[in-house]
Design a binder for this molecule. Sequence first.
Ligand code: UGA
Length: 443
Amino acid sequence: MRVTIFGTGYVGLVTGTCLADVGHDVVCVDIDAAKVDGLNNGIVPIFEPGLEPMVKSNHAAGRLRFTTDAGAAIGHGDVVFIAVGTPPDEDGSADLKYVLAVARTIGQHLKRTVVVVDKSTVPVGTADKVRATIKAELATRGESFEFHVVSNPEFLKEGDAVNDCMRPDRIVIGADDAGAVEKLKRLYAPFNRSHERIVVMDVRSAELTKYAANAMLATKISFMNEIANIAERVGADVEMVRQGIGSDPRIGWHFIYPGAGYGGSCFPKDVQALARTAQQHGYSAELLESVEAVNDRQKGHLFELMVRHYGSADALRGKTVAVWGLAFKPNTDDMREASSRTLLPQLWQAGAKVRAYDPEAHDEAQRIFGDRDDLLLCDSAYQALVDVDALVVVTEWKQFRSPDFGRVRDALRDKVVFDGRNLYHPDELEAMGLAYYGIGRGR
Ligand code: UGA
């Protein structure tokens, strides 16, 4: 089928590439000419495992093209995806200006019946706004084509996005027209082979499904962080508690890892946006507000542990701290809402210096923090340990999981490790002569 995708960010680029990979004829549109040029030359602007070779091979095969020419692109697709960003507004609600700008563009260029698909995470009711916007543009041209707006939220995880896209656990289609549903079923047929993954529902339920999924996952994390904070105070180890509850299938093993707080472009933004939507409809979403508040507090927890160890924030003045991990999670260079963005400024404020290492996020860190005397981005995890007092682990990259603790101990002047992702065993580190602080490990 012929597909057009607006937006070559994570969602648009991954979706477009995977659709091309199964044989569809895909045109991706972006307003950023430099990005489009780069993509046409095989330069993928994001770090996403497996994506670059797929972009290159499908581009070479002529099934995946990139353009800034919105008019021509709209002429191409039978299905037109909107996959542009929805950044948070000042009050936390999702800002629809990019989504609605694409809707206007579609209305200005549409010449035949198409299915328009909302792929971006958008508040309940957005499909109606997109439909009204396209209709209004058509009306100014004196046209009135039939077209349908469908909600088809994405459930990709950064770092595993290609896999999630090629092997989805569900494909949610929210539509009010049977023909539109059939078209999307055909589009997704190659991803729906071994068992039925497609769930068809009304548009608003599909829009809410996306928020409910992310809010549920964020709630699990904040819940575990709350239990961790209680464990610290009552002399229990949250890692034992986690193992004690995860085997109950009603609770499950996933997303119950306590840590230095959740980040990324989705959970923080979506939890806030859902709470705002509720508020706009006269409902106070107290659980969601708490999920967010617990997470905000959790991002400051590593610094709190350091203050506890050193006796005061003042005692950190003049210290140099090694930081392992800057990205909001492993396998990405994304630092949006990352816990490191809370910790590093706290350390600087206290008068400490930072030597940091992240396998992928140095360019991002440089862009966000700029050049400063109190930050050095190092070439390796061990380089970051040179001439430092303490080590803080912020992101659970695989390569940080079993370092040479003898080397770590010898390098650290203050012989102390703050483990923001509970990667290590307290007993093992203590036996090596290292003081250990994890999350929720009060035992
Ligand atoms: C999330 C969802 O997992 C995807 O299903 C969804 O499609 C996506 O948002 C989206 O809306 O686009 P993502 O933001 O890529 O994906 O990241 P996750 O892997 O979910 O991790 C989010 C944060 O939670 C990370 O900071 C991670 O460190 C933290 N986390 C995760 C925990 O602290 N504990 C856990 O047990 C799991």
